[in-house]
Design a protein around this ligand. Structure first.
Ligand SMILES: [Fe+2]
Ligand SMILES: [Fe+2]
Length: 213
């Protein structure tokens, strides 16, 4: 009975987190990172390009919420659950910041966000259920590393004039690098190369689609 209550609790908690990520306005606990240089202003093409890239980054953060929530739900280790919940909290800043940039750029979030959320949640469950805690952490470390590399590529693709988005992406990149380091410190195992390649491939599908839709 206690076990059943616990799984009902975590199912309700997970549903609540999903609804909040997808439909509520996220609240950052840290202030929006501000550029050191003011933007000279964007033309229409630059605004569209920046909007598409920030939509992709927003989807990434929707997925981060799903991954961390799923992993917190399946781990049996209280310390690890606390680690995942704390990480999801910090990712909420990223979710709020990318959302703010989307609005400022006059771009909309991806229409497929519920789908991205469900996919990432499923992956998080599989990583936690099949592989156990150390593999789950390995999955986090690899995800964060791939996101960091991806954000780095966005720093070359975002218009130089969009200093506001660049400041947000630079701070996120620093945070993701720290998240990877923390997962490794908590005991992450290195994932098999084939699994890493599969993750890169699914990220490529997501970023390509989210660029447009
Ligand atoms: Fe993030
Ligand atoms: Fe992260």
């Amino acid at each position: 009975m206690a076990a059943m209550n616990r799984s009902l609790d975590s199912a309700l908690g997970a549903a609540d987190a999903a609804l909040r990520t997808l439909f509520a306005r996220p609240h950052a606990t840290r202030p929006l990172p501000l550029p050191t240089e003011p933007s000279p202003g964007l033309d229409e093409a630059q605004r569209r390009q920046a909007g598409a890239l920030m939509r992709v980054n927003h989807v990434g953060e929707v997925c981060a919420q799903a991954l961390y929530t799923a992993q917190a739900a399946v781990t049996r280790e209280p310390a690890l659950r606390a680690h995942f919940i704390a990480a999801a909290h910090e990712e909420t800043d990223h979710l709020a910041w990318t959302r703010q940039r989307l609005e400022a750029l006059g771009a909309r979030p991806s229409l497929l966000n519920p789908l991205w959320y469900a996919g990432a949640f499923g992956l998080g469950l599989i990583a936690g259920r099949l592989g156990g805690d150390r593999l789950s952490l390995g999955f986090v470390a690899e995800t964060e590393r791939q996101v960091e590399a991806h954000l780095d590529s966005h720093l070359t693709r975002l218009p130089l004039e969009d200093t506001a988005s660049r400041a947000v992406v630079a701070q996120m990149k620093a945070d993701e690098a720290r998240h990877a380091a923390e997962a490794i410190e908590a005991g992450a195992v290195e994932l098999p190369a084939s699994f890493k390649a599969l993750m890169r491939l699914s990220a490529r599908v997501m970023t390509t689609v989210a660029h447009r839709i």
